[in-house]
Design a protein around this ligand. Structure first.
Ligand code: ADP
Ligand code: MG
Length: 259
């Protein structure tokens, strides 16, 4: 049975999409059958994995709102063991459309349940918001990864996010766990980066992943080639860091691989 991990932080630009793409690709390299669901109308994961969002007509939202079968919209990627549920820009209106639906927080969970057993890991890239789609992702997920940028105001908004997670645990998804807080865009030369690492580790202790993602230009270049970093610059320190993260997650979760 697949493990569903949401990548969430309502702050933009903290590395959610980079993490979703590269963690998923690294799990695929470790031969876990992996699916990435792009749940952000900006569709950066979709383009980053080589699909043009302008050519996408159906996304997870239409599955949630119009009852389209998710298995009909799964795309292959350039990598073995890595599939994608794409997104597209029209989805901005989806939250409004969903407001009147019954069980509106549990739509994504119902949609994913149909294909859950086909994958070892399902990674959901969330948008920078705590709106209904993100609530749906957190309700569908077994756990959440929270990327935190090693920058000024790193902890800003984290209290609100943790509070939202608590509310979801109480009302919608009692089994939701925090898979880990992931420090991203770390620059060894900057005192600030080191201060953030120290502060986050002091606050959140063993909730923080051992793996730290360095600032690495290849990680930001790879998406313009429609590739995860591991397929673009396999020996780069960014790609290696995400491979280490995948190893850390695989070690923590004893997943029996889907045949
Ligand atoms: P989010 O999805 O949280 O908005 P992104 O993953 O899109 O954040 O990252 C924001 C920007 O920072 C993107 O341009 C991305 O390429 C870049 N970026 C993310 N992580 C790194 C990193 N470790 N090193 C260098 N650039 C990064
Ligand atoms: Mg993003």
């Amino acid at each position: 049975m697949g493990k569903i991990i949401a990548i969430a932080n309502q702050k933009g630009g903290v590395g959610k999409t980079t993490t979703a793409m590269n963690l998923a690709a690294s799990l695929a390299v470790l031969e876990y059958k992996t699916l990435v669901i792009d749940a952000d109308p900006q569709a950066n994961t979709t383009s980053g994995l080589g699909h043009d969002p302008k050519e996408i007509e159906v996304s997870i939202y239409e599955c949630m709102v119009d009852g389209i079968d998710i298995s009909t919209i799964i795309r292959k990627t350039s990598m073995d063991h890595l599939d994608l549920v794409p997104s597209h820009i029209d989805l901005v209106g989806a939250e409004v459309e969903m407001i009147n639906l019954d069980n509106r927080e549990e739509k994504m969970k119902a949609v994913i349940s149909k294909i859950k057993d086909l994958y070892d890991f399902i990674i959901i890239d969330c948008s920078p918001s705590l709106g209904l789609i993100t609530i749906n992702a957190l309700t569908a997920a077994n756990s959440v990864i929270i990327p935190v940028q090693c920058e000024y105001f790193a902890l800003e908004g984290l209290g609100k996010l943790l509070n939202t997670i608590k509310i979801i645990q109480t009302r919608l998804n009692p089994d939701l766990e925090i898979e880990g807080i992931l420090l991203t865009m770390y620059d060894v030369r900057l005192r600030l980066s080191n201060q953030v690492v120290e502060e986050v580790r002091m606050h959140f202790k063993n909730l923080v992943f051992n793996t730290i993602i360095p600032r690495n230009v290849r990680l930001s270049e790879a998406p313009s080639f429609g590739l995860p970093a591991i397929a673009f610059d396999a020996d780069g320190k960014g790609a290696i860091a995400y491979l280490n993260l995948a190893g850390e997650i695989a070690a923590k979760n004893s997943i029996e691989k889907v045949k």
